[in-house]
Structure formats: C-alpha cells, structure tokens
Design a binder for this molecule. Structure first.
Ligand SMILES: Nc1ncnc2c1ncn2[C@@H]1O[C@H](COP(=O)(O)OP(=O)(O)OP(=O)(O)O)[C@@H](O)[C@H]1O
Length: 728
C-alpha cells in the first residue's frame, strides 16, 4: 500500500500544474496525501512511470492482488479531481489529470496480470509516459494562460473603474472652471496624490488663456467644490505656457501636528533644505545657495519653531555654517549650543560640537559677527579668484571644504527698519552682507514679526530674499500676502489658521499653503548629537579674514551669558551692569556687576543663584571649550568677560605678581596630587577642583611653579596638563 501511495503521490505531483510546497504532515504520521504537490511535465511523467513500473514488478513478485492498484488509481483520480476543483482548474485540466491516474492504475493492473517485464508492457509504459508528459505540459500551459487572462481582466476592471473616476473628476472640474473662470479646458490627465490628500489636473488652456485666470478665482473654485477648510485650488504653469497644472487639495493635512522627520540624513545647500510640507504632503525645499530668505510670523504663529526647523536643516547640512544673531537673549540659538556645552564625553569620545557655529545675543557680538562676515566675503573674493577661474564659475564653489555661511537673524527685519542709531549700524552691515556676499557664499535668513510693508519696501530684501515664508497662525494683522508673494493670487490668511502653517514661495515653487513640522528641545538635542561630526570647519582663508573675533567666539567670557537667562538680562547695552574701571571699553557681557555691589547686586550678588550658576557654568565652559589661550592679556584688556577673573575678585585671590615665590599655601597639596597622578598629570581644572580654589588662581600658581621648575607643563591644546617633575 505504501509503495502504491508513494507512486500515486509522485504521479499527483507530475500532473499538477501548480507548484505549491509540500506540507509536512509527519506529525500526523502515516502516508502523505498531497494532491497539490508540484512537479514539471517531464519529471512528473518520468516519476509516475517509474513508480508504476516499480509497483507492477514488486506487486508481481510478491503476489499482490492486481485489483488494488486499480482501487488506488480510482482513489487518486477522485482525490485529484477534488483538488483541481478546489484550485478552480479548468474542466479539461481536471479530466486530463484524473485520466492520468486511471491510465496509470490500469497499466499497473494489466502489467501485474500479464507480467511487467515484456516488450509490450515496457513499450506501452513508455507511450503512457510520453502521453502523460504531453498532456501535463498542455494542461499547464492552458492553466497559465487562463490565470494570466483572469489577472488582465481584473486589472482592466480596476483601470476602468479608476479612469471612470478620473473622467468624472475631469468632467466635474472642466464644468466648474468654465462656469467660474469662463474658460473651457481640455483635461489631459488627472493624477491622484500618493498621500491620498488630493489630485492634480494637467489641462490644456484654450487659445490665449493663461493659468492665472484660474488661480485668481481659486477661492471661488474651492467654495464651489465645497472643499474642507484649509484645502485650496492652486493653478500653476504646466510644461508650456498653454498648459496648466491645477492642484486640488481635498484633505487638510495642515491641521495635524507632525514632528520633524527623525531621519537626519546629510543635506547640502545645493540640494535644498526641507522647511516644511505642502497640502499634498510633499516636502518643500529651500535652495539657499544664492537666495536669502525672509520668514514673517507674528507672535504665537510658530516663528520660533520655524527658526529651529531652519537650524535643524543647517545642522544636517555638510556645507553650511550657521551664524545666529538673536538680540532677544539668544534664545533662537541656545538650544543648539547648550546640548554641546552640557554633554559629558565618555573617555576617548570627541566632544560634541554645537549645532550652530556662532551665536550672538548682544549688539556688540552681532557687530563682531557681521564685521567678520563682511571680511570673509571680501577676502574670499580675492583669495579664491584662482579657484573660481579653474572651475570656470563666478560663484564660489561651496563644499564641505569651503562652507556657506548662513546668517540667521531673528527679528532681523525689525533691525532693518529700526530708527535706533545702533540698530541702523547693524542694519547697514546686514544689508551690505546681502548686497556683496551672494557669490562668495554668505546668505541671510531674516525673520520678522510682521510689518511686511515696511520690510518689503527695502529693495535689497525684495530683490535678494525670494525664499519667503508667511506664518499666519490665523493672524490677519500685518499679513499682506500680496506684498509678500507678488503675483500670487487667491492666497488668504484664513486658509491656514493653524500654528506653524502659512504660505511659502521660492523661485522654484510658487507661493502656496504649507506647514512646518513641530520640533521640541529633546529632538534638537538629538539632532545636535547626530550631526556633531558632520559640521564643516570654516576654511582657512575665511578663518584668517574672520580673525580673532571668530577664533575666540567660544571664549569663556564671550559665552558666559549662556549659563542662565537671568545673566543675560543684565548685559551691557541694556544700561545695567557696566564694568568697573578695569573693564572700561569691554564689550559683551560683564558679570563684575554681580560682585561689586552695583544696583543689581541684591538680585545677583555673591552667593546668589546667578553666582552659583555662573560658577558652575564657567567650570563647564573651561572643560569643554578650552579653546581660549590662557590670559596672556592683562585682565583689563581681555576681550569679553573673564568669569574666572571675577571669581578671583570674589575670593580676593592674590594677583600673580603678589604671590610669594613659594606659592600659595595650597600649592604643596596640589603638587602632591600631581605626584600621585603620575605621568598622565592633571589639567589645571582638575587641580582646582582638588584644592577647591578658583581655576584662575590655580592656573597662575601652577604656571609660576612651572617657571620655578617645581612642575612641568605639557602643552597639548585643550588637553594640556601639569606633570610632577618625577614623572615628566
Ligand atoms: N509646526 C507646528 N505645528 C504645530 N504646532 C505648532 C507648530 N509651531 C508652533 N506650534 C504651536 O505654537 C506655539 C507657539 O510657537 P512658537 O513659540 O514657535 O511661536 P512664536 O511665533 O515664536 O511665538 P512667540 O513669539 O510668542 O514665542 C507652540 O507652543 C506650539 O504649541
């Protein structure tokens, strides 16, 4: 029985046109009846005939009753017919396969009766084999053809349904546009958006008509089509002037809050930087190699969030150095710097770099930055002449080696229209950067609270800042969209009543609804960490031009204000906290006021919260950005604030020249600690922590000790250490 089953199973395989995998049924035990197992026509026929022959010879030798083979064949034919019906095989396929079983069983029975080892038996078996193979091949082909036909018919049905829907859409919009705009279009295609949020009609315009005949009736068309709020009809040029593309949004994607995409792949100023998405959910890119940008958004519209989205794009770019001016406490850039300042590097790990390359929060720092930008632009013009000649271009080839400087000036547009004398000075420099630095790879992104009329009255902005964003957030006051996007009609503030939503237009993409993603501090921190290794470094040519002001931008004194917002509120220029005599002429933040009993002392006096924060922050800065050479300058000359120096004042630490030659009383303790530290030595900051003295005092004393030969100084930039002479 088992041999016959195996044979029949083989035959099943041979006659089955389908090729389903054989299901293991070992768990059930016993023979496997797989009526749908696969085999090709030739191997199937071969397998069946050899099986039949084996059963016939074994059956004859063992005296098996011939009727059994017939019974098994009949069962096989029935089982296979049932399987064929289940698989929806054609009747002729089922008949051919059942016949194969019956013929096979018939031959086996006959051969067992008359002897399988005769020429007649072998010859007829060969004929049966060839017949089976041919029949299987033809039924398989027939089944394949049937299957293909069925699939094609199904596809045709879907296409017919779709094109019927498209035809209906086309007819509906042809009629609507004819009724409202008075022109009859010929629709060439209707493309549904992948996101399922609307469709685009590609249409031929009647003779002499232009697409703006449609775009200026956009609001009426939207109302006529009863589109949901926030959905618009936007007509733009087609592949030539006689064609138009009409975008119809049917789902309001601007309503939902979407977070900034978590893929932080590298970007380039040449390939565009994503600033948000359109109603059809497609990303909109800002191409800033030659363009400046203007972002207008009243309070609460999501402007700060948009600034962070812009900085996120700059941080991801491998050829952009973002320089940020925010005279409102530097809040726009701080979240991009603080993660780097507060990051604790693991041993061997490189320190995290900030997401912005320079952050100015004061008028003085902004002046330094703008002067540096102008100097870089001028110097690049001459220094890179050769390179530009070699590349046969009049645009400096921006790359990670020669990065583009993007000056982001929060509320910069307000600076441009300010009547304040100092602001005018900044404004002149900003306008000069915009005017002279396009080809040299320095561009600006200005934000504005509104006042688009006065801002856009400026020719330079009108001409150079063609990447424009108006965040409406439902605010109509000061939102003159026709001035912001001249030539674009049918844009209405009410279409984008959501925070972070508004209109964006670039030279590449006409003004239309858009929304930017939401970004929160944790994600900013994540981006700073993810992009830390990819920021470019200012090219040497530009760095020379940018000078000391640039090189020392992370000096402890110059970034001390980043410690706590309260500190910033007493920055000079606001009229409080001006320096002591020794600080005369010092620009930037001056924390001496915190210690000298000035009017603010009660708020920020010694031992206050600010003092504690400044102290902690100074330690952090010293650790992380030990970029500033230690004061070669006499204290009063040091540019910017020297917090450590303030600490000296506070502690009444002796000035270096007053230190007795043997050094302060804690010096032996420091020297002992250095002896214990062995050949690796200790950083001055670590010694300061050990002896619980200010870093400045410790540095001075260690320096003096090294000069006396009591210690050895191993100069290694930010990793410089003092080593005990025994281990040097
Ligand atoms: N893209 C966005 N998606 C969803 N909600 C947003 C988006 N941008 C901003 N918001 C919401 O709007 C609020 C205000 O955002 P943001 O602080 O950026 O506005 P602003 O215009 O800078 O306001 P202000 O000038 O008062 O700081 C946010 O707290 C947030 O709730």
């Amino acid at each position: 029985m088992t041999a016959t089953e195996a044979t029949m199973n083989k035959q099943t395989n041979s006659t089955n046109g389908t090729s389903k995998p054989k299901k293991a049924q070992a768990s059930q035990g016993g023979p496997v009846w797989d009526w749908a197992a696969g085999h090709g026509p030739v191997t199937g026929a071969l397998s069946a005939t050899t099986g039949m022959f084996a059963v016939a010879t074994t059956g004859t030798a063992t005296g098996m009753p011939p009727g059994w083979a017939l019974a098994v064949g009949a069962a096989g034919a029935l089982g296979h017919a049932a399987a064929g019906i289940r698989l929806r095989n054609a009747g002729r396929t089922i008949a051919a396969r059942a016949a194969s079983w019956l013929v096979g069983a018939g031959w086996t029975t006959w051969a067992m009766t008359h002897g399988p080892l005769t020429w007649q038996a072998l010859g007829s078996l060969a004929v049966i084999g060839v017949g089976m193979g041919t029949a299987t091949r033809s039924t398989n082909l027939y089944e394949e053809a049937r299957e293909e036909e069925a699939i094609a018919a199904e596809q045709q049905a879907v296409a017919a349904e779709l094109s019927a829907e498209r035809r209906a859409t086309a007819e509906e919009w042809v009629a609507r546009i004819e009724r409202i705009c008075g022109i009859r279009l010929r629709v060439l295609a209707v493309e549904k958006w992948a996101a399922g949020t609307g469709f685009t009609i590609d249409a031929e315009l009647p003779g002499g008509a232009t697409f703006d005949l449609i775009s200026k009736r956009s609001a009426a068309l939207s109302a006529d089509a009863q589109l949901p709020h926030g959905c618009t009809v936007a007509a733009g040029p087609g592949i030539h002037q006689g064609r138009a593309l009409i975008d119809v949004a049917t789902v309001n994607v601007l309503m939902d809050e979407r977070t900034y995409p978590a893929d932080y792949t590298p970007l380039s100023v040449h390939t565009g930087i994503p600033w948000g998405y359109r109603s059809n959910a497609a990303e909109i890119l800002a191409y800033l190699r030659e363009q400046c940008a203007l972002v207008v958004g009243p309070t609460g519209s999501g402007k700060t969030n948009m600034v962070h989205i812009i900085l996120a794009g700059f941080a991801r770019a491998t050829d952009v150095l973002p320089w940020v001016i925010d005279l409102n406490a530097g809040s726009a850039g701080l979240p991009w710097v603080l993660p780097a300042l507060t990051h604790q590097s693991a041993p061997g790990e490189r320190p995290m770099r900030p997401g912005v390359d320079w952050l100015a929060s004061t008028y003085e720092e902004a002046l330094l930055m703008l002067d540096a930008a102008l100097a870089v632009a001028r110097h690049r013009k001459t220094a890179y002449q050769d390179l530009m000649h070699r590349n046969n271009t009049d645009l400096l080839p921006i790359s990670p080696a020669i990065p583009q400087i993007e000056l982001l000036i929060d509320e910069g547009a307000e600076i441009l229209v300010s009547n304040d004398r100092r602001m005018r000075k900044l404004a002149d420099k900003i306008l000069e950067v915009i005017r002279i630095a396009r080809s040299m790879g320095i561009r600006t992104v200005l934000t504005a609270l509104g006042a688009t009329g006065s801002v856009l009255g400026n020719l330079m902005i009108r001409r150079e800042a063609k990447v424009r964003v108006a965040l409406t957030g439902g605010e109509t006051e000061g939102m003159d969209l026709s001035k912001m996007f001249p030539g674009s009609r049918g844009l209405r503030v009410e279409q984008a009543p959501y925070k972070g939503a508004g209109f964006m237009g670039t030279p590449e993409s006409p003004a239309a609804l858009f929304k930017t993603w939401r970004i929160l501090p944790h994600q900013i921190r994540e981006i700073v960490a993810a992009t830390s290794e990819r920021h470019p470094v200012l090219d040497a040519v530009s760095a020379v031009a940018a000078g000391d002001a640039y090189a020392r931008r992370w000096d402890a004194g110059r970034i001390a204000w980043m410690g706590h917002p309260l500190i910033t509120t007493i920055a000079p220029g606001t009229g409080t906290g001006t320096g002591t005599g020794s600080d005369n002429g010092r620009q930037g933040l001056n924390l001496s006021a915190l210690h000298d009993g000035s009017s603010d002392a009660s708020v920020v006096g010694p031992g206050s919260e600010v003092d504690r924060l400044a102290d902690a922050f100074r330690r952090e800065i010293d650790e992380r950005f030990a970029t500033a050479p230690e004061p070669e300058h006499p204290r009063g000359e040091r540019p910017g604030l020297n917090l450590s120096a303030l600490r000296d004042d506070d502690e009444q630490a002796p000035a270096p020249e007053d230190v007795p030659s043997a050094g302060p009383d804690w010096l032996p303790d420091a020297i002992a600690a250095l002896a214990d530290a062995g050949p690796t030595g200790m950083k001055p900051s670590a010694v300061a922590d050990h002896v619980r003295r200010s870093r400045q005092a410790v540095r001075d004393a260690l320096k003096a000790a090294a000069e006396r030969g009591e210690l050895v100084y191993r100069d290694n930039g930010p990793h410089s250490v003092y080593v005990h002479p025994d281990h040097a």
